[in-house]
Design a protein around this ligand. Sequence first.
Ligand code: A3P
Length: 307
Amino acid sequence: MSNSGQNTRTGQGKLLEAQAEDANKKTPDQSLFSYKGVLYPCSVTSKETLQALQLLEAREDDLLIVTYPKSGTNWVCQVLHEVVHLTHQREPLVDALILEFGKPEKVEHLKEKPSPRILSTHLNYDNMPRSFFEKKSKILLILRNPKDTAVSFYHFYNNNPVLPTYSSWDLFFKDYISGNVCYGSYFEYLLGWNKKLDELNIMTVTFEEMKEDFAVQLEKICEFTGLPLTKEQIKLVEKKTTFKSMKEKATETNSKLAKAMFRKGEIGDWKSNFTEEQSQEVDSKFEASLAGTTLGEKLNYNKYCKF
Ligand code: A3P
């Protein structure tokens, strides 16, 4: 079982490297495209794939991780992978990559995958395949405070050949705050999901909660997904999915992109990048949009976003 897991991850590493090579041939202007008002990276997805996804047939027992980029997608994906590995005694990682990455044919390939499928996406609510909502699939929405997300995104842009490079943090910040980055505005993204929370089979967890209280959060995730683990198994999953062990594993199997995917894995790194003015700009944006909403409250903004 673990061998096939290794192969899956090695295959994923090769695919990412091929995509990076393809991206290297593109100029910065060619590396992103806009679809329904949102930017996407050309080397990993296409308008055709996004359209084909609308035909995807979701299942009631799909486990769908939804995140704005850089909120801990790979981490939670690996956690669920370990959980399903323990509860189903088989290799469950059907799509470690993001749902919208790949060719349109992936919609067909996904039909052949055994349940429970672990899927992840950065799509906003409006662009999601509707089938997930009709089938009431289990959605895990992972949030991270907007300031650490911004810093993580900046470094990801500069270390991932699939994305354009920014010559300074200040230039990236301007695009981030105005929503001119892949997957659009952080604030619009959360607001879009926030409006529909009551209609969905959804659980929200923050990156910060996972960092500070992993075992408790994993227990809640297990309850929500209906995949119970013993206390010992929870400890085992915690051990296997620490930042250090995930980074080491990624370096073994996917060395070129490991640096971009596993950078620091901390809370509060934003303080060494943000100016006071930039910090206030995000505060104002938060106040004008998410403050007082369910997801805004969940972010625990004053604890994680004040100097
Ligand atoms: P940093 O850039 O702040 O280090 P995503 O997977 O959505 O792209 O999120 C990437 C962020 O999650 C990166 O943040 C990365 O280091 C962090 N991360 C990945 N695995 C992690 C883990 N096991 N524990 C804590 N943080 C992790």
